[in-house]
Ligand binder design. Structure first.
Ligand SMILES: C[C@H](CCC[C@@H](C)[C@H]1CC[C@H]2[C@@H]3[C@H](O)C[C@@H]4C[C@H](O)CC[C@]4(C)[C@H]3C[C@H](O)[C@]12C)C(=O)SCCNC(=O)CCNC(=O)[C@H](O)C(C)(C)COP(=O)(O)OP(=O)(O)OC[C@H]1O[C@@H](n2cnc3c(N)ncnc32)[C@H](O)[C@@H]1OP(=O)(O)O
Length: 382
């Protein structure tokens, strides 16, 4: 796999960093997640392919263990607010001094500078600060955040993984590591560059929810079917729009012009009425195989059985029977191989990892008895 042999130390975070770590593990990196001790509970549901070491970083001996792991690693990924790692004596200066090849990835909401750098926050806050949240939401409704997708994952975990791969590539030429300041505000905004770059096209010059791509246009929206499911319509170009009208068995001559914005409410009412006359399966049979840009809105469970997704293997079930999207993109010669076994318990691999990183048995036992580490391999055998 593309990242085979890359050694990553991921400090346990909430959602963005775990996603970043999962991406790296899916593409072959050896990811060790460092968890807290003392009965911590993991919120990492994206832990496939990772190993867990439970280590108390509030203790200087724990910090020393962490440093030894980082000296023999390629990447450290930290999900804490600005200053936390420095407070533990694990800032970039501390770690890069001992391992100049280390790629030190800092995944935060607001970045390592600026007045918000030390403020708590979540996806919706970062999305708000990116400018994008102001564009999301139907007309006459308040802005809404689309799950925690845009800042946490697209602009956060995925963008940070991209930065890590860039730094690995650059290190192959320079031999040097570097610090990655991954701000979710900036990552989300960067993902949304099109919104700024397309303003000159007049795509966003109407109020929120009244533009073509923000739920304003009736030919770019969702519609309820007679069985309470939905169809997604994206028939933008005239030639595709004509196939939509044909599939709905409507006569274009009886309808207002597609781009007559003032008639969009009336057109939407017509589409709403017609889509409500058939089931989602019936509409799929009508539109599948056409260029009408009409598709069923599938649930997280329905995606697995849709013929198109099935043909590609776009989703898989792991050993626990849990559905997951397969890693993307698909590389022809070195594709990802996502782990299908269960997620690790906290501390499940503490002993084996420390041995792998050169700790003697006696040292491990000392660290264990002092509460610096926790070893839960026994739990895994239950
Ligand atoms: C929208 C998303 C949020 C999704 C998260 C959800 C997946 C989960 C969040 C809460 C969960 C629910 C909850 O737990 C209740 C239920 C529990 C039940 O068991 C399960 C169901 C629950 C409903 C459960 C369900 C889900 O799991 C949840 C809903 C996001 O937006 S996530 C993005 C958040 N933002 C960032 O990541 C940006 C950067 N990070 C930060 O800004 C801060 O970390 C953050 C997130 C604000 C948290 O701040 P906090 O004060 O808590 O921490 P930090 O200031 O960063 O400092 C870390 C401290 O930890 C110490 N430390 C770290 N490692 C170790 C170690 N190994 N040993 C010892 N100590 C360690 C470190 O020294 C710091 O200590 P200090 O504070 O003393 O300096």
């Amino acid at each position: 796999m593309a990242l085979a042999g890359v050694r990553v130390i991921e400090l346990a975070g909430l959602a963005p960093a775990p996603f970043c770590g999962m991406i790296l593990a899916d593409f072959g990196a050896r990811v060790i997640r460092v968890d807290r001790t003392k009965g911590a509970m993991t919120v990492d549901t994206q832990a496939r392919g990772k190993r867990s070491v439970a280590l108390n970083l509030k203790n200087p001996k724990g910090v020393a263990v962490f440093k030894r792991l980082c000296v023999q690693s390629d990447v450290v990924l930290e999900p804490y607010r600005k200053g936390v790692m420095e407070k533990m004596g694990l800032g970039p200066e501390d770690l890069l001094k001992e391992n100049p090849r280390l790629i030190y990835a800092r995944l935060t909401g607001y970045g390592q500078s600026g007045s918000y750098a030390k403020a708590a926050g979540h996806d919706i806050n970062y999305l708000a600060m990116s400018g994008l949240l102001s564009m999301l939401g139907r007309s006459s409704e308040k802005p809404y955040a689309p799950l925690n997708l845009v800042a946490d994952f697209a602009g956060g975990g995925l963008m940070c993984a991209f930065g890590i791969v860039l730094a690995l590539l650059e290190r192959s030429r320079s031999g040097q590591g570097q610090i990655i300041d991954a701000s979710m505000v900036e990552g989300a905004a960067y993902v949304g560059s099109f919104m700024w770059k397309s303003r000159s096209l007049g795509l966003w010059n109407r109020p929120r929810g009244e533009n073509m791509l923000d739920s304003g246009a009736p030919f770019y929206d969702t519609y309820c079917t007679s069985d309470g499911k939905y169809m997604a319509v994206g028939a933008i170009e005239p030639q595709f729009y004509q196939q939509l009208i044909k599939g709905l068995a409507l006569d274009d001559a009886d309808l207002p012009a597609q781009m007559s914005v003032s008639d969009w409410p009336q057109l939407r009412q017509t589409f709403t009425r017609v889509f409500a006359t058939k089931t989602q399966a019936e509409w799929s049979r009508i539109f599948d195989g056409t260029d009408a840009c009409v598709t069923p809105v599938l649930s997280l469970d329905e995606v697995l059985s849709h013929p198109h997704n099935q043909a590609r293997g776009s989703f898989f079930k792991d050993s626990q029977g849990e559905i997951s999207p397969r890693p993307a993109p698909v590389l022809s010669r070195s594709p990802a191989e996502p782990c299908h076994s269960r997620d690790p318990f906290i501390g499940e691999h503490t002993r084996s990892v420390l041995k792998e990183y050169g700790f003697e048995q006696a040292q491990i036992e000392q660290l264990l008895s002092a509460g610096i580490i926790e070893c839960n391999e026994a739990k895994a055998r239950l």
